[in-house]
Design a protein around this ligand. Sequence first.
Ligand SMILES: [Fe+2]
Length: 387
Amino acid sequence: MTHLTSSAAQTFKSLIRLLTPYQRPIALPALNTAVLWRTTLTGAMALTAAACGEVQPETDAGADNAPSQEASEVNVYSGRHYESDITLFNTFTEKTGIKVNVIEAGGDALIERVVREGDASPADLFITADAGILWRAEQREIFRSNNNEALKARVPAQFRHPEGKWYGLSKRARIIIYNKEMGLPEGFRNYDDLANSDNVETICVRSSSNIYNQSLLASIIAHEGEAVAEAWARGVVANFARKPQGNDTSQIEAVAARLCRIGIVNSYYVARFVGSDDADKAAIGDKLGVLFPNQEGRGTHINISGAGILTHAPNAANAERLLEFLLRDESQEAFAIGNNEYPVVASVAPSGPVAALGAFRADDLPVATLGANQHSAVQIFDRVGWP
Ligand SMILES: [Fe+2]
């Protein structure tokens, strides 16, 4: 972990201030209160990009962690990229007077950035998809614990860190899709059926380097142990219709085009097609059947988008207020629907296209446990030759 000395931190901040021409603030249409610096960072670029001034809080907020001196702002590093999130941040500003500054990049790149910035980091809140990424962030020790009872009351224990290092904000399911014209193989009900030797050359799925597959396999390890999980992964590889490629959208398009009979994808990707206003996308959605696996057993694998307050957050109290705001009923609906996800707060009903996919039994495995099996999952993928 990189810790800058006090003088180095000041030099770092001065450097950032000098390089403001690289800053690209985008004024948002509704209210001019949230500012978005869009970035295209990769992990290797993180420090360079930081030094190029793409992180530029409007005040020297990182200079003092004392709550009494907090600026009236909060700095968010987000792995989510939805205008609906920005609209929510604007509403938060309108209600509280606290300005929200947002840096968007990939979750892993943002973790690297926070680590490299060390105690000079302006970041207050880290938001990302997938509990596996939250676990990686936790391993880099970038979070502080926050045991605010209001937050704990809103987020079921299954969807938050046991020591309050992060809280779920929305949920997604990793589901099975199939080409409706081709149909599901007879008796196909569970994740186990993906590995059945009767189903050779049927499956499209993305690479094992993707966190969604790592978390799914981590859940199978948690439930059934490594040996069973490895046999499962080996069986799935034997049933590939093509070499893993593309993202979940690619799998949907391949299933619709009959390149494969079955796909493994996250629920929100399906909802994007099924609920699309675009006729071509809706036509693809029409070709898809949806199976929520393991309905007679442990339930379908669930993951989250979530957020945690950072160790060196200069505006931690404001970050806590923003978390509370994102967990209010009205925010939950908007936050979830922005990416066709399910609200994490139990009393808020799903809405939009994802609700039309139907109710289902969800796995009750605490998502905080997924990270513990992530390393084993990656090793299994390597051993079985899942690229
Ligand atoms: Fe995704």
